[in-house]
Write a protein that binds this ligand. Sequence first.
Ligand SMILES: Cc1cc2nc3c(=O)[nH]c(=O)nc-3n(C[C@H](O)[C@H](O)[C@H](O)COP(=O)(O)O)c2cc1C
Length: 124
Amino acid sequence: MDFRELLKVRRSIREFEAKDISLPLIQEIIADGCEAPNGGNRQPWVFIVITNNDMMKRLSDESKKNILQEIDRNPTSTLALYKPILQDPGFNVFYNAPCLIYIALQVPVMFTQPLWTAHLLRAT
Ligand SMILES: Cc1cc2nc3c(=O)[nH]c(=O)nc-3n(C[C@H](O)[C@H](O)[C@H](O)COP(=O)(O)O)c2cc1C
């Protein structure tokens, strides 16, 4: 499949089979993602892979709780659109996906490396 065709056929998935995903496949997906361009080529990302269903449910429930609190604090927020679905106890924000990958940033790397400092100095 060429790249243009891939752009046309890709879509968001919101229904998943209850099938385990092998760790090597997860690693392959992450390795492909690591080909993405990034600032200063520092590659400051950290991946947290979660495959435990109870943990994913907990994270979904906590996310829903946090977003609902945010809507209560700021009722005119566009997030309010999602209030009914977030109040549904059966709704899982990850659509019951079998695996969750959090991408985190190593903040100290971002702000302590010399190249970054050099750019800041030149800008002043
Ligand atoms: C930054 C970003 C955040 C998104 N957040 C959600 C989300 O929280 N839940 C969800 O179901 N889809 C989310 N989406 C998917 C979009 O709704 C989706 O890409 C859009 O509706 C177009 O549909 P498609 O991806 O099938 O072409 C997000 C997409 C982006 C780029």
